[in-house]
Every structure is written in structure tokens, then in C-alpha cells.
Design a protein around this ligand. Structure first.
Ligand code: AMP
Ligand code: ZN
Length: 476
């Protein structure tokens, strides 16, 4: 069965068909680094991680790009409110770049603890102003912009498909009402591409541009950086559901206005929110929980990952200490099951065709993921495997490690005792892909690359053994 994903663009589940065969370009909106990420934000990044690991398991060569927003993001996504970075820097008596560096590190510390693999490319907005300016020039050349009050705006009336993503086609003649009206805008749905004069005269960071010295709007950064690294049309763009109405809608309008390519992105995936009872997790509501808060409450970050996997990413998830406690209990019993199996022998890599029961569990696991990332069902497949007495423990263990290549619960750590962090754990498909890449490198006499692949896998607990029939591997 091919991977089927819910596409917000069109609002239905569709088979995943990439732009370039065998490859998948993935862009997930990254954090605005003015504060710690809360566990709601981290739900978005665990969802991205599971999708990327699934794509890799299915054999796609994935390029994962994540931006770091360190300029231009106001507290209202529609150009209203305060400048998040500036406000945070003022409150902390630091420079904007110091604040950005501190919270970027804190963010990746958290994602590592949650078993989220590092993106292939992490790009900071402040280091990509040139490509944002180039993109804005193309939008301007197409006649989609106007200047007012010193700022350059995108004119949504010039883009008839505006609002397609949310299914809320906007009649530009009926001015879209926004809480805080900007007198410069012809339509309150219009958005800033480039700020020169704005309410933030003391903006710390500014750059020269054809429209004057200033700084970019928030939306343009994601369009410019995703296209720089993934091309003018790519496969998946992800974020939380809050980004559908404004941020992603605006990204589509300006990108398609610049390139004329439709659809700019083939699949839009959006995770539902993590909520506290009925309230949204947000700083303004005073309901801001971080990974360190969970640690203070005695939870391992992977208890939280397990809790997230227990819900489907498109369903709202209610956070409570009780539900996190039950996730912790389940994870503990899973780990004891793994240790018990490991006491009987080393894991045998999960090759299909050897044990019918193992194949069945792996098929159930894959089918669950291919069904719009049904992680609750994938977890059940793991449990069914662990509890299956008909299988030799080493085979069950190998199967569990294979599944963990997507689930990211650091099961390998329980077996080897060494600190193979979940961010490092390699799944079968990835190992096979690296072995193939090493063979190609050897054939091309690129021995540095070939040795690098072997050493990299060794660090992740995978030993390669070259023999007359090719390269075999085992967990070591
Ligand atoms: P931000 O740093 O505000 O741009 O948010 C980072 C990511 O977290 C975005 O993809 C948001 O859509 C997502 N997000 C924000 N709040 C939540 C929440 N409570 N639950 C799930 N995702 C969220
Ligand atoms: Zn974005």
C-alpha cells in the first residue's frame, strides 16, 4: 500500500506522490526563538519527525529543511501586535541575536531529548535576507504588490486563488476584518513583504533593500528559504493548524505569485493542537509547559513522546498529568518487555521472509503508518509483537528495533546499555540505503565517503561486515 496522507489542500486523504521519484522535500515551519518551546510546539516537531522517519522507512530520500525565525515575526500573524524577538530582547536586557542563539540551542536540546532527529538543513532568517529580497522583487515584477506608509504589501486582490488552503475564498472587495486595522492596507487581508517604516522604529536588525532600509515580513522567510533548499515546487510543507488561515495561506499566495507554479507545495500537513482541558496551550493564557517542567514533575521526555504517539496527529490531544502518567507506565512496561527479550539473546535484524508472524506484525505496523500516520495503531503493532510468544525473543527484539526506527523511543538503549540516543538510532531501511550508498562510493573510489558511512553507522551501534555476497549488518 502506498503512503496516504491527509492533504489540507483539498481536504482529503491522498496517495503520496512526490515531485521527483524516490525523493521527498520536506519543509516544517521552525520555531520563533524568543522563548522556550512549549510542549504544544513540540507536538508539531514530533509529528514532523514521525512523518520524516516514515518516509525514510518507505525508501524515500528525504531532505528536511527547518527555518529558525529570528526576525520579523509579530505576535499577531497578520502584522499586528509586538515584534516577538525585539520584545523578548528588551525584557531580558540582551541583544536580539543573543536571545536567538540562546533559545535556538534550548530548542534543539529539547528536540534531541524527545528523539527528534536533526533536520538536514537548519536555516536562520537573518542569514537569508538576500534571497527574501530576490523573491520579493519577483513578486513585485508580477504586479502583486503596492507600497504604502513606507512598507511593501502583498495585494491579495491580485491573487484570485487566495484562501484556497483554508477553503475560505476571500472576496477581496469585502475587506477582511482584522482586530487591529492597518490604515496602509487596501485590504486588511493584505500582508507586509518588507517593513521600512513601522511601529518598530527601533527595530534592532535592518538591511538595505530596493524599498529602503528595513526588514522582511514573517511569511516571506518561509517561502524564500524553502524554495532555496527544496526547489520552486516541493512535496510537503508542515505546521500546526493555527498556520492554515494566515501564515501558510500567505506563503502560498506570494510563492505562486513569484513563480507561477501551482501547486507550489503538493502536500500540506497540519497537526492538531495539544490543549489543556479546553484551553489552548499558549503563553498569553499563562499555560506554558516546557520539557524541563515535565522533568521537574518526574517525567522522562520520552514519556511525552510516547503520550503523543498514542494520539493521531489530526486529533486534538488533551494534556493532563494523569494521561502522561499512564503513558509513562505503558512505556515502562514496554521497556521491561524489551529487557526480558534481550536477556534471551542479541536482536536479529528484522529481515522479512523468515518468520511469518514477524512479517505480519511488520506489515500491520507499516499499514498503520501508511494510513495517514496512524501512530496509535503502529504502537499496537509493536505491543502485539512484544507479546507474541510464538516468536523467538531475538526475532521479536529485532522487529521492535526496526519499528523503533520510526517510533523513536530509544529501545536500543535498553538492550545495548550504551547511549545510542533515539536521535541516533538507525532503522532497517536507512541502514540498507546507507549500505547501498557506500557500495556506490566504493565503486567510484570515494573511499573517504565509504569509510565515513561505516564509521557513522558504527557510532550508532550498527556493524557492517563485508563478505563475498556483499555487505551484511548487525547491531553491535
Ligand atoms: P511558533 O514558534 O509559534 O511558530 O510555533 C511552532 C509550531 O508549533 C508551529 O507549527 C505551530 O503551529 C505549532 N503549535 C503552536 N502551538 C501548538 C499547540 N498547542 N499544539 C500543537 N502545535 C502547536
Ligand atoms: Zn513558516
Amino acid at each position: 500500500m502506498p503512503l496516504a496522507l491527509y492533504n489540507t489542500l483539498g481536504r482529503k486523504i491522498e496517495p503520496f506522490e512526490p515531485v521527483r521519484e524516490g525523493k521527498a522535500g520536506f519543509y516544517g515551519c521552525g520555531p520563533t526563538v524568543y522563548n522556550y518551546a512549549h510542549i504544544g510546539n513540540l507536538r508539531a516537531y514530533v509529528t514532523h519527525d514521525v512523518l520524516i522517519r516514515t518516509l525514510r522507512r518507505l525508501g524515500y530520500e528525504v531532505t528536511h529543511v527547518m527555518n529558525i525565525t529570528d526576525v520579523g515575526h509579530l505576535s499577531g500573524d497578520d502584522d499586528t501586535g509586538d515584534d516577538k524577538m525585539l520584545k523578548s530582547a528588551e525584557e531580558r536586557g540582551k541583544s536580539v541575536l543573543e536571545v536567538a542563539a540562546f533559545y535556538t540551542k534550548a530548542f534543539f536540546d529539547d528536540t534531541e531529548k524527545l528523539g527528534i532527529r536533526m533536520p538536514d538543513i537548519v536555516c536562520k532568517a537573518t542569514e537569508h535576507i538576500g534571497c527574501m529580497i530576490d523573491l520579493i522583487k519577483r513578486i513585485e515584477a508580477g504586479g502583486f504588490t503596492y507600497s504604502a506608509g513606507g512598507n511593501l504589501y502583498f495585494d491579495i486582490a491580485k491573487f484570485p486563488r487566495y484562501g484556497e488552503l483554508s477553503g475560505r475564498h476571500i472576496d477581496a472587495d469585502k475587506n477582511v476584518a482584522r482586530a487591529e486595522a492597518d490604515g496602509n492596507k487596501r485590504n486588511q487581508g493584505d500582508f507586509v513583504l518588507w517593513f521600512t517604516k513601522s511601529k518598530f522604529e527601533n527595530q534592532a536588525l535592518s538591511w538595505d533593500s530596493p524599498w529602503g532600509r528595513g526588514y522582511p515580513g514573517w511569511h516571506i522567510e518561509c517561502s524564500a528559504m524553502s524554495m532555496k533548499y527544496l526547489g520552486e515546487q516541493f512535496d510537503i510543507h508542515a505546521g500546526g493548524i493555527d498556520h492554515i488561515q494566515i501564515h501558510h495561506t500567505n506563503e502560498i499566495a506570494q510563492s505562486e505569485a513569484a513563480t507561477g507554479i501551482h501547486p507550489w507545495v503538493k502536500f500540506w500537513t497540519h497537526n492538531e493542537f495539544l490543549v489543556l482541558d479546553k484551553e489552548k496551550m499558549s503563553k498569553s493564557a499563562g499555560s506554558f509547559i516546557t520539557i524541563s517542567d515535565l522533568a521537574d514533575m518526574g517525567f522522562d521526555p520520552l514519556d511525552y513522546r510516547y503520550f503523543l504517539l498514542g494520539g493521531h496527529y489530526r486529533n486534538q490531544l488533551k494534556f493532563s498529568v494523569d494521561s502522561l502518567t499512564s503513558a509513562r507506565n505503558s512505556r515502562k512496561s514496554l521497556l521491561s518487555g524489551i529487557r526480558a527479550a534481550a536477556a534471551n539473546g542479541a536482536p536479529v535484524p528484522a529481515k522479512r521472509g523468515k518468520f511469518a508472524a514477524l512479517d505480519r506484525h511488520l506489515d500491520a505496523f507499516d499499514a498503520a503508518l501508511e494510513d495517514d500516520l496512524n501512530t496509535p495503531r503502529a504502537l499496537s503493532a509493536l505491543w502485539a509483537l512484544i507479546k507474541d510468544d510464538s516468536l523467538p525473543p531475538e526475532a521479536a527484539l529485532g522487529g521492535a528495533l526496526d519499528m523503533d526506527g520510526v517510533l523513536g523511543l530509544a529501545l536500543e538503549r535498553e538492550i545495548s546499555g550504551k547511549d545510542a540516543t533515539p536521535a541516533n538510532a538507525a532503522g532497517e531501511a536507512e541502514i540498507e540505503a546507507l549500505i547501498a550508498e557506500r557500495a556506490v562510493a566504493k565503486a567510484a573510489k570515494d573511499f573517504a565517503r565509504a569509510d565515513g558511512i561505516r564509521a557513522g553507522l558504527k557510532e550508532r551501534g550498527v556493524i557492517l561486515e563485508d563478505g563475498p555476497k556483499g555487505t551484511a549488518w548487525r547491531y553491535g
